[in-house]
Write a protein that binds this ligand. Sequence first.
Ligand code: BGC
Length: 892
Amino acid sequence: MQMLQVHTLRVDGLKQPQYVEKEFQFSWILESKRKGCFQKVWRIRLWKQETLIWDSGERRSGGCFGISYEGPELSPLEIYTWRVDCEDCFGEKAGAEDTFRTSRGKEPFHTHWVQPMQEPTVKERPEPFGNHAVSGHRDYREFQPSQLVRTRINIAKPVEKAFLHISAHGLYRLEVNGRKIETHLLAPECSPYDKVLMFQSYDIKELLQTGENILGAELADGWWIGRIGLGSWSCQYGDKKELFLECEVIYSDGSSAWYGAENARAIVGPNRYADLFVGECHDAGAVPDGWSSPGFDDSSWKPVQVMNIGLENLYPHIGEPVHIIKEFAPAAILRTPEGDVVVDAGQNVAGFLRISLAASAGQKIVLEYSEMLREDGCFFQNIMGVNKDQRDVYVTGKGLQSWNPSFTYHGFRYVRITGWPGEICCDNFRVCVISSVDDYIGEFSCSDERLTKLHQNIVRSQTANTISIPTDCPQREKAGWTGDITVYAPTMMYLSEGENFLRRWLYYLRQEQFENGLVPSVIPYWEVCRDMSRRLGSDTSCGWGDAVVLVPWAVYLATGNEQVLKENYDAMSRWMGYVEREAASGYPEEYAYFDEERKGHQKYLWNTGFHFGDWLMPSIMMAGGSPQDTAQATKELFASAYYAYTSQIMSQIAEVLGKKKAAARYIEQYKNIKEAFLAEYFQKEGTLTLSCQGAYVLCLKFGLVPEGCRDKIVEKLCSLIRKNEGCLDTGFLSVPFLMDVLCENGRREQAIELLFQTRCPSWLYMVEHGATTIWESWNCIQPDGKVGTYSYNHYAFGCIGDWLYREIGGLQLLEPGYRKIRVRPGVESGLTWVKTRHRTPYGWAAVEWKKRGEIFEMQLQIPVGAEADVFLPDGNRLAVESGSHAFSCSIS
Ligand code: BGC
């Protein structure tokens, strides 16, 4: 290896992206064999083929991320090569290059939406929690089949370039001249369709031929028509499947042509139905042989109708496509006590099974997906409710065949198989795991296998819930609940390259924000979610709508890139304005009886309306309470506390962006809220009116503590934990801060006790009860073994992930983007070794520590351009420059 290397070249955080827009940023990573290395000079050049388009010139700077492109506007749909050359402080030089493709650009399309002839899908508005699946009444006749659409284009001259831009009302699966194109699954993906609908652009030049060419698309329901969200309503955006395509061909003679689907022909497809939630019913025998190839006789197919639908919401694809990120053989095939044949994937995942078999035609195989077996080992569906079937049906064709669904995905570990012809074995199946995110940049393992597993479980839950948008769970709702990502974002940023993924979702959030600044609890805000809000009495909640402030803040801290703050600042301010008005205008019912001072405080308290509060607070749930009970019990104090917190973060954000006045105003607001909060919720003896762990956690974390009372409050929190037999009792909004609050206030031993706790509720309780993902509720499996009907794949309580890195591994950022890192190995944990690695914007930072008797040893890697503040267990503190370092000391 050379002394200096440049690698991990990214454009907008993505490797060789295919949809680069007008404004974008470069980043790279430097790696050196020398200690104390930092970049002195960088230079970027960019070429279109051989032509130099932009030369930044030499810039004397250590910056290696968030570097904006400053050259002339780029042409659409071009591959550009860019090269970065760097020189470090020792005069070593290194460079690297990579490519990206630009998006289609903004010129108007030349073609139209088309609609195949079809029955409209029935608008289903079921009551939540009715259960077709279990009662067995359903015959799926109310579902509409997929549609095959066949577009013929004639190519008469040599082609220079050919791109197919395509989108759907529903989902599409693409075939060109008989070849399946499967790089984007579930395209055009999930977004607030009425405002933004992505189209994908495929380079199809190599697939085209002179003469007749066929562009084939199979259309299915997806998010447009399918039964989505908790309430499983169909037809959120429309009741018919439609296709938009434009095939843009640039001929070698310089002329261009645009072909649409206006003259396409369509027929009912081989999927008798295909619903994103319910599942897919595929009849292999009904696939017309060669339907997407030239020469096929489509005379019996029907013309499509050209639609007068606006194209303003079409937007080039952003970010990584949903794709199969890994596949593997199942762990086992089980026969349950009831005689069912069940495939055990060995771990809980989101995706589907691919089946392969030899069969005669017309055999009906049913695959039912579930996350858990019942306590007696029998198959059962853990997700209850209407349209939660998670059931695929495959009717065999003849001979050797392989199939997986194309228009659905499931959350599952177990799949009951019925109707399998002949012998069945693991070789018949592949478990396909799908996600948008596969660039994992965090690693954690340690001497206690259970903690290593906990970390793996967090990774799995994240993978399953980063399918197009950040979701709560991959089975019951697949919904972009804002609260879940608010608490989880810091961990996501430790585990994976999450910047681009979250920025895309924040773009959707901005589209869905109300005129008055309100940020809905779910993004995209489907009608089915609006209905739930109506029932609850509010479109938002503290901690949920706060996503607009807290998610960009988490992204900024991890990346050091102000871009995410800039693009969301206006939306944040509008949200804060909304909260301010809500707080100021809402008075509690007993207001008339308050004295003047207390009346004066009310406008700083967000103490009215609905909030999810410390959602799923364990003691209430375990005593048989409902999630709504947890909200009711905690909402008032939690909303005001979060109001204080977001005001404080807003002042920091304004500071970063150089908005001094706004920063001062938000800090003033924080002080006012604090004063009101202390007066309203603290009793004289320094206890809170709401006596639960979460309330004390928030007060300590958000600085809402009366002068001189901190120790007392910390003690109160610890006594509540002791009273709860050493178990946590924190819900969604307080659990992310619980462990930090204990560590920051001299109660590290209490945090360690919670970490290793195995009684319910605790993280290791889940692990010891066989969890392979993070559960929605701590007691999904009761201590007596009873298996509950919850989701077993919610990342929210996995928000301990970043604490593991910071306080057990010992790797924590001190400055946004990790230019300065604190290393403080968590030796008090009793672990004998821990390995932690994280790819910071400057490169990999790694801490590997171990204890041998009384001797402590540590290997440390600090990336080029960064420095560390190292705390050794013998009490020594050292400033450390970049590079590899070894330490050892005795543990006193
Ligand atoms: C979801 C949660 C979500 C919550 C709203 C649930 O049904 O699964 O994760 O945040 O509703 O409180």
